[in-house]
Design a protein around this ligand. Structure first.
Ligand code: ADP
Length: 310
């Protein structure tokens, strides 16, 4: 599958690198308003290809996206230290007005994969701007938060993150919800698993994991300016599910008809992802506090997205 990447900055190039290294895409085309950057990223990544795969990596204009099955939109302005994700909104909405129109003209059949932050709101904006069905405009959402959650729980229990089945729901950001009550390791309820291996999930442990997931991005931004390898791999994971019609259950963001008492809001719940984009939404059973927190997250996002005029 041909994959377009609009925005050849840190996130876009990391996604391209992951796609090339993993051999997921047959062709990758970078587009950026900074043409020299797009060319440089394509060249650099193409030099990694002979070691591992047969992906063609090029830079081009929007017309070169023709025939792409997925176009990742990672264009925009990056989060500054101390800046909340939502503060990026106005600056990135303006970029999307330009980018989404041009992408659709060149690749009307592509699934749009949104990576720019604040990702849930940018996903909803891209859905509105494109007029595409919600299932074809997918935000990376909490895919990375879910990976961080599994990784920290796995580390605590001394097991591989792949054996932890747990999701982060809602906003990719401060109001996200770690769904502890339905989390499992293998097929065992998490609390029981933790007790059985002598690593109980105390309040303090859960608090530390919650903090580690919720504040991971802020910590990385303080240390190196921005985050990109994790999300790059997460984007490649979503493209793989689409390109190979894997029908994986992934926590990604699309405009969702109803979440609690909020209607038409983009946020993450587990969803089946395959060739056509999102095939189904899954609403996990939550305890009362988690349900209230998800409802709160949904209403915050809805409030925010309604302030954007298109
Ligand atoms: P991030 O860390 O989110 O990847 P970067 O600033 O590294 O942020 O990358 C964002 C990229 O988006 C930059 O390379 C920038 O040139 C590009 N970009 C910004 N606006 C547009 C636009 N309107 N069209 C295409 N690319 C854009």
């Amino acid at each position: 599958m041909k994959v377009g990447i609009v925005g050849a900055g840190m996130v876009g190039s990391s996604a391209g690198y992951a796609l090339a290294i993993l051999g997921i895409a047959s062709d990758i085309v970078f587009v950026d308003r900074n043409e020299a950057l797009a060319v440089a990223q394509a060249e650099d990544i193409s030099h990694a290809v002979p070691f591992v795969s047969a992906t063609t990596v090029l830079a081009g204009g929007y017309a070169d996206l023709a025939g792409a099955g997925v176009v990742i939109i990672a264009a925009g302005v990056s989060q500054k230290p101390g800046e909340g994700r939502l503060e990026l909104l106005e600056r990135n909405a303006a970029v999307f007005r330009d980018v989404v129109t041009q992408v659709l003209k060149a690749a009307p059949k592509a699934i749009l994969l949104i990576a720019s932050n604040p990702v849930d709101i940018m996903t909803q904006i891209a859905t509105r701007l494109s007029g595409l069905p919600a299932q074809r405009v997918i935000g990376s959402g909490t895919i990375l938060d879910t990976a961080r959650f599994r990784s920290l729980v796995g580390r605590h229990l001394g097991i591989a993150p792949q054996s932890v089945h747990a999701y982060v729901l809602g906003e990719h950001g401060d109001s996200e919800v770690l769904a502890w009550s339905n989390a499992r390791a293998g097929s065992v309820a998490l609390r029981s698993f933790a007790d059985q291996v002598g690593k109980p999930l105390t309040e303090a442990t859960r608090g530390a994991i919650d903090d580690g997931v919720r504040n991971a991005a802020y910590k990385i931004i303080n240390g190196k300016g921005s985050t990109y390898y994790g999300i790059g791999a997460g984007l490649a994971r979503i493209v793989k599910a689409i390109a190979h019609d894997e029908r994986d259950v992934l926590s990604v963001s699309i405009v969702t008809p109803r979440v609690g008492d909020v209607t038409d809001v983009a946020l993450s719940v587990p969803r089946i992802v395959g060739a056509g984009g999102v095939a189904a939404d899954l609403f996990p059973q939550l305890d009362e506090a988690e349900f209230a927190a998800l409802n709160h997250s949904a209403s915050l996002l809805k409030e925010r997205v309604e302030t954007v005029k298109l």
